[in-house]
Design a binder for this molecule. Structure first.
Ligand code: SF4
Length: 337
């Protein structure tokens, strides 16, 4: 059967005055209807560029995109801006970190949600308004009839995020991309927003891709995680495998830097060093400069040979040390420190 979403060897380059920025360097990902996955990485890991490419937001820019994004069998990469329009919003919805940047300040929240609906559905303004009010109620906005006429700045941060979710979900997209959907919110509101997305997802059966730097968010809501580093996927795993049978040294580092992993004194273990320059990628493993276990790989291979994604089934890792992933125990947390 045709996979719902199949990303194959996606590469995104941005020509700049200083040279070419290699933002995504061979990303592979498969997703079925109803799946919930998290794409995790630091800033500059390529996670946001991947989601923007998926939405077709780079069309018309100077970005060079190669590879395939097969959505229900249709490759979205070669589509023009016009050809992409029926997909964006209707089939693929997106929630951004900052609702203010996604909403127009001069129009009321309700009008913008109703308009999002009318772009893809031939209905009267009155019917679209009714639909928008219903959606505002579904995302938990109190008194939706009068809030329909409020402007974005009259909403609190949490309520604005709910309104943006309403705008993204009003067309019932089959795929929802949530890019740092809760980063700007306090912890209680964060939990409410994640709950809201999950319950709406169950109602509509859509697939959700969370794009975040926060492994905690992913652990809470996702079945599967894709860890990105230097524009590549370095580990893909079911949630339990990612936490209990972590294969890649970078994922181990991310786990060790999670607040819940702090030691008794509350200290976190950040990953020392910096990500590689995307203008000048090293020849070997992109994590080699920061990797605490590179010395365990014989023959300086980490510096000379770029590892490929190894593994069988759902658990894959891009590291010379985990080439026999699945056949033997993964390297231990201790070894990675
Ligand atoms: Fe570390 Fe080498 Fe594995 Fe890269 S390939 S993560 S440098 S051990």
């Amino acid at each position: 059967a045709t996979p719902f979403l199949d990303i194959r060897d996606l590469r995104v380059d941005f020509p700049t005055d200083d040279g070419v920025v290699h933002a995504v360097n061979g990303m592979d990902l498969r997703l079925e209807r109803g799946d919930t996955i998290g794409i995790v990485g630091e800033s500059g890991s390529g996670k946001t560029v991947t989601s923007q490419t998926l939405m077709g937001l780079l069309k018309g820019s100077s970005a060079r995109v190669t590879g395939q994004i097969l959505f229900e069998g249709t490759d979205l990469v070669p589509l023009t801006e016009n050809e992409m329009r029926p997909y964006r919003g209707r089939k693929i919805g997106m929630i951004f970190q900052d609702p203010l940047s996604a909403m127009h300040p001069y129009y009321t929240v309700g009008t913008q949600i109703a308009e999002a609906y009318r772009v893809h559905n031939r209905v009267s303004a009155k019917a679209a308004k009714a639909q928008a009010i219903d959606m505002l109620a579904r995302v938990g906005i109190p008194d939706p009839v009068s809030r329909y006429d409020a402007h974005p700045h009259e909403f609190s941060g949490g309520m604005r995020q709910r309104a943006m979710i309403a705008m993204a979900l009003i067309c019932e997209p089959e795929l929802l991309i949530a890019d740092e959907p809760t980063t700007a919110l306090d912890v209680t509101v964060q939990a409410q927003i994640l709950d809201l997305i999950s319950s709406l997802q169950q109602e509509t059966g859509s697939a959700v891709v969370y794009v975040t730097h926060d492994l905690g968010v992913v652990a809470e809501v996702c079945q599967r995680v894709v860890v990105m580093y230097g524009g590549q996927c370095v580990e893909q795993a079911e949630m339990e495998d990612a936490f209990l049978r972590t294969a890649h040294p970078y994922t181990k580092g991310l786990l060790a830097s999670m607040p819940s992993m702090a030691d008794e004194a509350g200290r976190l273990t950040p990953i020392p060093g910096f990500p590689p320059s995307l203008l000048d990628l090293p020849q070997g493993c992109l994590f080699a400069d920061r990797c605490p276990v590179a010395h365990l790989v014989p023959g300086n291979r980490c510096r000379t040979e770029r590892p490929v994604l190894h593994g069988a089934g759902s658990h894959r890792s891009r590291c010379h040390l985990s080439e026999d992933l699945g056949a033997s125990e993964s390297i231990t947390m201790e070894a990675a420190r």
